[in-house]
Design a protein around this ligand. Structure first.
Ligand code: ADP
Ligand code: ZN
Length: 750
């Protein structure tokens, strides 16, 4: 009797182990301890096999850790598919499958708490009880899930009083494991209910939402609901402009799904979006919601994972890796902002959670809804060719107008205002105007730091990273000034003289969010200005508190990177300024137009979501570029047609499958030679002649973290054939394989 086991070791295929006679065969999804070389590691049983296959000297499973599947068999199958499709080892997916600390380490004993709840006898005794007892019974009568004894003690109801009530049969007390609460809003175990909760519009614990849908929402909901009721695999694109009320539809579909006895997986692109969405779902589903994302502590992740696994929740809200959540009986998956690049994992396994989610829905016979105001070209293409259902929301709820978008041609601005201008006259005026009217503004620049380069006026050189082929970015001002590499984090003092020619004339060039923040502060000194980018939120909890302060109106102007563009619903924002729309356009990447269009449309969509109309001001040096023009009119269909022409002419997805392979080496020549050998091997394997192999070529980031890189791009009509050819080519050169990364369906080829 044999089992195939995945072990958490990079690039390893499944390993075969024997199960000793007399030991029951472990279930698929169970954890086992297995010998590997000189070590013993924890693996997951992926399959049962009758024979030992080619492997000689098969070793024995040392210990079976779980009587049943630890990871649901369905998720094991999904991981297997993911590994194969993305050319990774099955073991590479294990970290995404398991809660932290489950890989053999001991899990700390849980804290417990005691929770009192009222009995029917207690309810009956309410009227006759004495004043002190009555106070306790009334509190508990209002809390159907009970109240923690600690919370009661805080209200002056002592343990002795509770014991007495228990003896009288009026209360029962249970002991619960104390789950750490990643929501950070309300303690997991019920505390004393607040008045706000008692009067909430949505009844707690499973009531249906009470808001009336708009006509358009209702029609969309009816179609999606019919697909959900079919209990069969369907993919639907929900193409709704920003502010059209997509979230409301997700929520209602979730209720329908739960009422039919099935579970819901809600994926969002950013950790920052989970608290708001999870809170919404909690209003409807009470405690039967879990969240999963990498921003939780190990303890929280552990708790959430086990709550899901035990079946304590109906809904999981999470980011990319939540696509592997241990849910069973899945009926609905929602991928919100499906076009978002954050769904792609840029390390092994390089999966796209949206695409894995589609496969998961297929295996579960579930409906999957892909929501976006700016769908990816691939998704829209599938919707237009009939592979996906297409459901459209063309208007904002309550017929709120879309933001009025203006383009500012920065060439004219430089001509009249000088070359150093950062905020154009229209943007300055609009910011001042909002401040006077006490309305909020967002200012976007998709580049971190203060200045993007240090430049020598004498030799024209820049101060570059010693490890990467990029220039260092200046962070901070005055004495706090540092030059930092955004790829490898190399940090140095900003030199006083040019490292190349020793000249003393160093200038800072290019601007980042820190500089914009300083400009806005200088322009409107009385404004409360804050910055939201990766640097500003390093401290745990900083992001949530920044968003909460902005939402509460404690910040007037929020400056930030694309993090401010995504999904947030801030009703008081009436102005969005884009300092430079051109940041992404210069990149030699086939998705640069698509990304620019999406970013501008999304960020403009943040304005005017409340009662007051919104305005967006976009600064650019290329006012005629189609992605900028069409973002202004928010004309997705025309953008799609333009972009599709380009993709067809250049043979890019969705017309071909794309696989990008990068070979790293200590020396540039070796990287190029190895990649050239790979090109030859792949060409030789192309018996049908339908591959187009490009390279070897140094990618724009030719050197990264001290290593040189060479790139091989393969286009073809059959993705699997490309993958197999590449895997065979690499198997023939194990030395190169160790230094090569294969990216299937890459989002970017930089
Ligand atoms: P989207 O996700 O499509 O950008 P949201 O779901 O965030 O849009 O909805 C935009 C705003 O409209 C939110 O504040 C939401 O609460 C509100 N909203 C949604 N549906 C309705 C409705 N039927 N009636 C009133 N307000 C609604
Ligand atoms: Zn670097």
């Amino acid at each position: 009797m044999f089992v195939s086991v995945a072990v958490p070791v990079p690039n390893l295929d499944l390993l075969t182990y024997a199960v000793a006679d007399g030991v029951e065969r472990p279930a698929i999804g169970a954890r086992v301890l297995v010998p590997l070389g000189t070590r013993v590691v924890t693996g997951i049983v992926i399959d049962h096999v009758a024979e030992q296959g080619a492997a000689r000297d098969v070793k024995f499973v040392q210990k079976v850790l779980d009587a049943d599947a630890f990871v649901p068999a369905e998720v094991v199958g999904l991981a297997r598919w993911t590994a194969e499709y993305y050319a990774a080892g099955v073991g590479d997916t294990i970290p995404a499958l398991l809660p932290p600390m489950a890989r053999g380490a001991r899990v700390d004993a849980h804290k417990t708490q005691r929770i009192a709840s009222i009995t029917p006898a207690g309810l009956a005794a309410l009227q006759s009880a004495g004043p002190k007892q009555r106070e306790a019974l009334e509190l508990l009568a209002a809390a159907p899930d009970g109240i923690a004894t600690a919370a009661l003690a805080a209200r002056g109801i002592a343990g002795s009083a509770i014991s007495r009530l228990v003896k009288q049969g009026y209360l029962s007390v249970r002991t619960e494991r104390l789950a750490r609460d990643p929501f950070g809003v309300r303690p997991q175990a019920p505390a004393v209910p607040s008045d706000a909760e008692n009067t909430g519009v949505r009844p707690l614990g499973g009531g249906a939402p009470t808001r009336t849908l708009t006509g358009e929402q209702q029609a969309a909901f009816d179609r999606l609901r019919a697909l959900a009721d079919a209990r069969a695999f369907h993919v639907a694109l929900l193409h709704g402009v920003t502010g059209s009320g997509k979230t409301e539809l997700y929520l209602r579909l979730a209720v329908t799904t739960r009422d039919a006895g099935r579970c819901v997986l809600m994926l969002v692109p950013e950790i920052a979006l989970t608290p708001a969405i999870a809170a919404l779902f909690r209003d409807t589903f009470g405690d039967r919601v879990a969240i999963q994302h990498s921003g939780l502590s190990d303890g929280e992740r552990h708790d959430q994972w086990h709550r899901i696994r035990r079946g304590d929740v109906d809904v999981v809200v999470g980011t990319r890796s939540a696509v592997f959540a241990p849910l069973e009986k899945l009926g609905l998956i929602v991928v919100d902002e499906e076009h978002d690049g954050s769904y792609k994992q840029e390390e092994i396994p390089r999966y796209n959670a949206r695409d894995v989610a589609i496969v998961r829905a297929q295996r579960a016979q579930a409906l999957i809804v892909l929501g976006s105001a700016t769908p990816s070209i691939e998704t829209y293409h599938h919707a237009m060719t009939g592979k996906y259902a297409r459901v459209v929301l063309e208007r904002r709820v309550l017929d709120r107008p879309l933001a009025d978008v203006k383009i500012v041609d920065m060439r004219e601005e430089y001509a009249t205002e000088g070359p150093d201008v950062i905020l154009s006259r229209p943007l300055r005026a609009a910011l001042q105007d909002r401040l006077e009217r006490r309305e909020q503004s967002l200012v976007l620049l998709n580049r971190r730091g203060f200045a993007t380069a240090v430049f020598c006026r004498q030799c024209a050189g820049t101060v570059d990273c010693p490890n990467c082929s990029v220039s260092l970015v200046v962070h901070g001002e005055g004495n706090a000034r540092r030059a930092r590499c955004h790829y490898c984090n190399y940090t140095a003092r900003v030199p006083k003289t040019c490292p190349l020619c020793a000249g003393p004339y160093l200038d800072q060039q290019g601007i980042g969010t820190e500089r914009v923040e300083a400009e806005v502060k200088a322009l409107v000194p009385s404004a409360r200005v804050a910055r939201l980018d990766r640097d500003a939120i390093r401290r745990r909890g900083a992001l949530a508190s920044l968003l909460a302060r902005f939402r509460a109106g404690e910040i007037d102007v929020l400056v930030g990177t694309q993090m401010i563009a995504k999904g947030h619903d801030f009703p008081q924002v009436t102005l969005v300024g884009v300092v430079s729309a051109d940041v992404g356009l210069g990149l030699a990447d086939f998705r640069s137009s698509e990304r620019t269009f999406q970013l501008l449309t999304q960020v403009a969509g943040r304005a005017g979501r409340g009662d007051k109309p919104g305005e967006a001001i976009i600064q650019t040096l290329y006012p005629g570029h189609y992605s900028i023009q069409l973002a202004c009119t928010q004309d997705y269909p025309t953008f799609y047609e333009r972009e599709l022409q380009f993709r067809r002419a250049m043979r890019y997805p969705p017309f071909v499958s794309l696989v990008n392979t990068v070979v790293r080496a200590r020396a540039f020549s070796q990287a190029m030679d190895d990649a050239a050998d790979l090109v030859q091997r792949v060409r030789d394997a192309d018996v049908r002649g339908d591959f187009r192999v490009l390279g070897p070529a140094p990618p724009p980031l030719g050197k990264l973290r001290g290593e040189y890189r060479a790139q091989v791009l393969v286009k073809g009509t059959n993705r699997k054939r490309i993958r197999l050819a590449l895997q065979a080519a690499l198997a023939g050169r194990p030395d190169v394989q160790r230094r090569a990364v294969v990216d299937i369906d890459p989002l970017s080829v930089l």
